[in-house]
Design a protein around this ligand. Structure first.
Ligand SMILES: [Zn+2]
Length: 205
C-alpha cells in the first residue's frame, strides 16, 4: 500500500533495493539470533553477520540519511529480543560520541531503541528505553585502533549518568572488537545493574 510517506521517503528495500518496501521479506528472513563471542563479553547476540543486506541496511541508516530505517532496525531487534531474554525489557542504547551524534542527526541508537520499544509494546510486551549511557567527547574515533587500544580509549569515558535499571539489554548497531559493548556492560554493572544482555543488529566475524 502506498502512502504519503512514499513521496518523501525512498521506498526500496534497505538491504537489496527491491522497490516498494523499506525492508523486504527475504532480507527480514535472513536475520536470526546468533551468539557473539568476544573476550570478556558475555550474553551478547546479533541478528546477522556484518555483511550483505544487514550491513547495507545499517550503512543506509547511519551514513546515508535514511532515518526511517530506525523502525526497520528496531522492529527486527524486537522480534529477536524474546529469544535473548524474558521481558519486561529495559533497553539501553549504546551511546554515540557527541561529534558523531551531531553529524548523524542525534544519538542514532536511541531512535532505534524507541522503535524497538514501540514494536515490543505492539506485540504485547512491557518495554521501555533508558538512555543512561554517555560517551564523553574526549573519546577518539576508534577507526584504526586495535582491540586493546579501543578498550583503553573508552575506559572511564563511557559512563552511566542516570538511574541504572536492575536488568538491561544494551542495544548496539554493530559489534566489531566488542570494546564498546564491553564498556557499556561494565558501566551499567558498576552503576548497579545486575543483569545485562547485549543485542546488536550485526556483528563482524
Ligand atoms: Zn531486501
Amino acid at each position: 500500500m502506498r502512502s504519503i510517506l512514499d513521496l518523501v521517503v525512498p521506498s526500496y528495500c534497505a538491504g537489496c533495493d527491491l522497490p516498494g518496501t523499506r525492508w523486504c521479506a527475504d532480507c527480514a528472513g535472513s536475520l536470526g539470533v546468533l551468539p557473539v563471542s568476544r573476550p570478556g563479553l558475555a550474553d551478547a547476540y546479533a541478528l546477522a553477520g556484518y555483511a550483505g543486506s544487514a550491513r547495507r541496511a545499517l550503512l543506509a541508516y547511519k551514513e546515508k540519511g535514511r532515518h526511517e530505517l530506525a523502525a526497520v532496525l528496531g522492529g527486527a531487534l524486537a522480534v529477536a529480543l524474546p529469544t535473548v531474554r524474558a521481558g519486561p525489557f529495559v533497553l539501553v542504547p549504546a551511546p554515540s560520541r557527541p561529534s558523531a551524534a551531531r553529524a548523524r542527526y542525534g544519538q542514532h541508537m536511541v531512535a532505534v531503541a524507541r522503535a524497538c520499544v514501540a514494536a515490543l509494546v505492539r506485540a504485547g510486551s512491557t518495554a521501555s528505553v533508558a538512555p543512561v549511557l554517555r560517551l564523553s567527547g574526549r573519546a577518539r574515533d576508534s577507526v584504526g585502533l586495535d582491540a586493546a587500544a579501543r578498550v583503553a580509549n573508552l575506559r572511564g569515558r563511557l559512563r552511566c549518568v542516570g538511574r541504572p535499571p536492575a536488568a538491561a539489554v544494551v542495544l548496539d548497531d554493530v559489534i566489531t572488537t566488542g570494546a564498546t559493548a564491553t564498556a557499556c556492560v561494565a558501566a551499567l554493572r558498576e552503576a548497579g545493574t545486575k543483569s545485562v544482555h547485549v543485542l546488536a543488529f550485526a556483528a563482524t566475524a
